[in-house]
Write a new protein. Structure first.
Length: 394
């Protein structure tokens, strides 16, 4: 079983990538942070005990102002770079831009990744997260769907508590991809005096109606699985069919037609023509089945539902309009959308760019290229290394 995020990504996204020539070679330790006392969510509900994992690289300076926070994307974790052990073949998802002399320069910056609440990767043996699969102290049973609804701002608030404990007084930058970019936006809006810069990769500053309905599809294929049982499946058969289908949909949405063109119309088995029998498949269909099944084995169905809901609810700053939410952002901003993103469109990010510029917020923009659509922001991040480095040096 794959033990790290890049291994899971390689399965899910078809990123047949060699390790970067200058991959970060350091060994990483997963650490655990527990909040003092109960946590009250943005929605006013209480989580009795919040515990999340985190990973750090580099050293915090005496002023506490050289920290860069790296919140992760939807299916990700805090493992943005490095390996857990010497023979670990799977690496952090942004190894290509982490290390001495690279954009996220480990000689200059103190880098921090944090596992989100309701993190998807509950079964990878490494991720630490509080969510629906966690034990409710009041019942001594898993929360299931009784777990409070959480939002992107809740992820940010938990991170803020961790940073306070670590002695971080100022964030040199917050950089994240996809759901991580949502957190970067939210950091800049929620704590404008603490954040100097944000770098939003394959970002979305809000969910429009189309995106909201798409996210419901991701959730609903799980709830339609009879084994979901209203979310109370712990200790019994899990809704693996629904979870696997959800992960197939997510993977397809995250890729682009250009990726599909490279796959062609090959058959899954050379002697089984799809035209001859309904059960005969194309190679791409077999690949999606295998990829989603492997990913589902690492994941929890209720956690996927909660993450999708958090993304549905997101609008920067929690305001009634995108324009109002963006007004709180004063941090220098670098936007890095993917040209052919089918999930969070570059056109929407261009609108954010224009709104930030109109209100006087310093903003820079560059589109990522490549055949992988949304996933260009993970597997293709190396192309932006120099641009990120210059921005961080400003």
């Amino acid at each position: 079983m794959a033990r790290s995020l890049m291994a899971a990504l390689s399965v899910v996204a078809g990123l047949v990538l060699a390790a970067p020539a200058s991959a970060y070679e350091g060994l990483i330790t997963k650490q655990s942070f527990e909040m003092d006392g109960p946590y009250t969510t943005v929605g006013g509900e209480t989580i009795a005990k919040v515990r999340v994992g985190f990973e750090t690289i580099g050293n915090l300076n005496a002023a506490g102002d050289n920290a860069i926070l790296v919140p992760h994307f939807f299916s990700g974790s805090s493992h943005f770079a490095g390996r857990y052990k010497d023979d670990d073949k799977a690496r952090g998802y942004w190894d290509a831009i982490v290390g001495s002399g690279k954009a996220l320069d480990t000689d200059k910056y103190f880098l921090i990744g944090v596992d989100s609440l309701a993190n998807l990767n509950t079964k990878d043996g490494i991720t630490v997260t509080t969510g629906p699969a966690s034990i409710d102290p009041a019942t001594a049973k898993p929360y299931g769907m009784r777990f409070p609804q959480v939002q992107i701002r809740d992820f940010v608030n938990v991170q803020k508590a961790l940073l306070d404990k670590l002695g971080v007084r100022k964030l040199h930058a917050v950089i994240g991809a996809s759901m991580g970019a949502m957190q970067a936006y939210e950091w800049a809006a929620a704590y404008p005096g603490m954040v100097d810069r944000i770098i939003a990769v394959i970002p979305g500053a809000t969910q429009d109606a189309y995106g909201i309905e798409r996210l419901r599809h991701w959730r609903q294929v799980i709830t339609l699985d009879p084994k979901w049982n209203g979310g109370d499946y712990y200790g019994g058969p899990e809704p693996m069919d629904g979870l696997t289908m959800a992960l197939r949909l997510i993977t397809l949405d995250a890729l682009a037609p250009e990726w599909g063109e490279s796959q062609g119309r090959k058959w899954a088995e050379a002697d089984k023509d799809p035209a001859k029998a309904m059960g005969n498949a194309y190679a791409v269909q077999g690949w999606f089945d295998k990829a989603a099944g492997a990913r589902a084995a690492l994941s929890d169905a209720n956690h996927l539902i909660y993450l999708a809901r958090a993304c549905e609810l997101f609008q920067v700053g929690g305001k009634s309009s995108l324009e109002e939410g963006l007004r709180a952002i004063r941090a220098k901003t670098l936007l890095l959308p993917s040209r052919n993103d089918q999930l969070l469109y570059a056109e929407a990010t261009r609108k954010v760019r224009d709104l930030l510029a109109a209100q006087g917020t310093p903003v820079a923009y560059q589109e990522l290229d490549g055949p992988m659509g949304h996933l260009n922001g993970v597997g293709g991040i190396a192309q932006a290394n120099d641009r990120i480095a210059r921005f961080l040096a400003q």
